[in-house]
Design a protein around this ligand. Sequence first.
Ligand code: FDA
Length: 309
Amino acid sequence: MLRQVLLSASRSDRVKTLVETAPVTRGLVHRFVAGERAFDAVRVTERLAGEGLFASIDHLGEDTLDAERARATRDAYLTLLRRLDAAGLARRAEVSVKLSAIGRYLPGPGPAIALDHAHAICDAAGRYGTTVTLDMEDHTTTDATLDALRTLRADYPWVGAVLQAYLRRTEADCRDLATTGSRVRLCKGAYDEPASVAFTARADVDRNFVRCLKVLMAGDGYPMVATHDPRLIELTGVLAARNNRATGTYEYQMLYGVRPAEQARLAAQGERVRIYVPYGDQWYGYLMRRLAERPANMTFFLRSLAGRG
Ligand code: FDA
């Protein structure tokens, strides 16, 4: 219930103003977000690389309705990629991109503009020897995102997809995408979705994650297992052994600021672990989804907002 409230608040301008101006917010933002500038993302990537970890960097922002902002987001990715290359980190960090941040919802030719911007970002990533993953947003965008993925993969076969285990369709999508060279990030899913398209009970989402993970780990693609759930992390190891997958033919992914000790433990075992590192000043939607994932985060934050904690 509280999760749904927070997820709908993630799209409310009034709550956004309240949250952005609350003094308690800053500390929480710093827990989950690298900072506001490309410099911060590069600095965090360098630290993670020193700990044997990889990064996927997200320039924060979504649902852009302003062509100038969509262009600025594309340019921010181009600058970031240039700086990663200059710091010798381009092979340690890829980028994660939301199509809604680069213009998908602009009136008229929005989808074509977003695809153009995505092409420019992929072109730069390819030049510097790294990759791009298209983040997945709510279920109304799944088909369009997978269409964009197919188009981009014609030129850049390494572009990664994200599939969300809470969607009923996802096991079939995993079968379609478990092919040679195909990079697929499997996560539980972070949006508020209706029961008509999504499993709503946690246990059902987890069961579907297991079914999807089995398909991906048995397939020919490159699974990117994005979860902090200890049971699913353990199962990934079991499935890797069962499918004779060597380390490096799949990877674990976790969010910046969530279970860092587990990130370090897996890396110390020789596993490939990639951390999703968001940066930028448009952190509101991202923060609200992180709060919604964990009751302890939520309770602390809501109490503080109400001035009681
Ligand atoms: P679950 O939520 O059950 O958490 C398992 C355990 O992990 C918790 O008990 C807690 O210990 C810890 N934990 C999880 N989240 C926490 C948090 N916020 N704060 C503190 N502890 C926490 N979603 C999406 O819809 N589209 C996308 O493109 C992506 N991309 C993406 C990339 C990467 C690298 C990751 C790791 C995740 C995503 N997600 C995403 C988010 C994903 O869908 C999901 O919401 C979160 O990963 C939380 O789900 P878990 O699998 O961790 O399980």
